[in-house]
Design a protein around this ligand. Structure first.
Ligand code: PMV
Length: 318
């Protein structure tokens, strides 16, 4: 039997993270240049029926049965089998390769869940459709942090820019301008679970202030949607910056992220902000093409561990 594969992109959150958990809108964009790819290879009948997992990103080589039932990889496969009403995974080796940095706010966990669900369901001979894949990936996001909004699994499953409000139908953004982003890694791993929990605790003790910040962030997402549709890069940049300052007030940014945001803006970016859960991870900067090299160098000189270029052509992404 030939190898069967499935893949999924990474993502950035352009605006609205954290507030989106509390019902405010957010915008996320797929990043096709970073991705997860899963390959499933059948194993011979004399292999005791075992399923071998080989995930180079987390240095895991193990028998599926020896992983805890709540391990994201085992849980993903269990959910796929259950969606297909199949009781048992045929003997195989599953290879998972990802170029998405872990703990970077770039959707690595959702991307693995989506690519793995695609590969496993195709291997079984019944490829799940995107709606079913999205449900599996949402359940896996729940494992990682208990109250996910659903934005990561949605943008990664469908691979389209999305204006997202929790528990409402997805709204795809269909606009023509090309956006050039630099994604700069602070070198410090973020923890979405920790950041989400910390925001929840602070919201519990300082509800008025947090509600007001969430609603200001929501207003940015609504204005951002218009700016994106109109291709107003300067406006998009300003909104990103304003969103960053509100994320600082939620205490999810770090000195390193702040300094990278300032560096990018100083060097000529339209705007920049941290992206994703925070407490580490990446910043994203919207940059004019002629300044890409200069801003990249400035970010590296000022401590970015590495810088990825992401071209998001919103119409092409659809
Ligand atoms: O997975 P991350 O780090 O990109 O964070 C997702 C965005 C949050 O708003 C912080 C959480 C969520 O579920 O929406």
């Amino acid at each position: 039997m030939p190898a069967i594969s499935g893949s999924a992109p990474g993502k950035v959150i352009l605006c609205g993270e954290h507030a989106v958990v509390y019902g405010q809108p957010a915008i996320a964009l797929p990043v096709i240049g970073i991705q997860t790819r899963c390959v499933v290879l059948a194993r011979p009948a004399d292999s005791n029926g075992s399923v071998i997992i080989n995930d180079s990103a987390i240095d895991l080589k193990s028998d599926l049965a020896s992983l805890s039932p709540d391990h994201p990889i085992r849980k993903t496969i269990t959910l796929v089998l259950s969606a297909l009403s199949i009781s048992h995974m045929p003997a195989c080796e599953i290879q998972i390769r990802s170029t998405i940095p872990i703990g970077g706010g770039l959707g690595s966990s959702a991307s693995v869940a989506v690519a793995l669900s695609r590969a496993v369901s195709a291997f079984i001979g019944h490829p799940l459709d995107d709606d079913a894949i999205n449900e599996v990936a949402f359940e896996i996001e729940r494992l990682h942090h208990k109250t996910p909004s659903g934005i990561d699994n949605s943008v990664i499953t469908y691979g389209r820019p999305v204006f997202f409000i929790k528990n409402t139908p997805l709204e795809w953004l269909d606009i023509s301008s090309e956006l050039l982003f630099l994604i700069a890694n602070s070198g410090i791993k973020g923890s979405t679970a920790k950041a989400v929990m910390q925001v929840r605790e602070n919201w519990g003790t300082n509800r008025d202030m947090y509600e007001s910040i969430f609603s200001d962030i929501g207003a940015i997402s609504t204005t951002m949607r218009k700016a994106l549709l109109a291709g107003l890069h300067i406006e998009i940049g300003k909104l990103m910056e304003a969103n960053h300052y509100l994320l600082q007030r939620l205490n999810v940014s770090t000195l390193k992220l702040d300094s990278l945001v300032e560096t990018a803006i100083h060097a000529g970016a339209y705007g920049a902000k941290m992206s994703g859960g925070g407490l580490g991870g990446n910043i994203i900067a919207l940059v004019p093409p002629e300044k890409e090299e200069l801003i990249t160098q400035a970010l590296i000189t000022n401590g970015a561990k590495n810088v990825i270029t992401a071209r998001v052509n919103l119409r092409e992404a659809n």
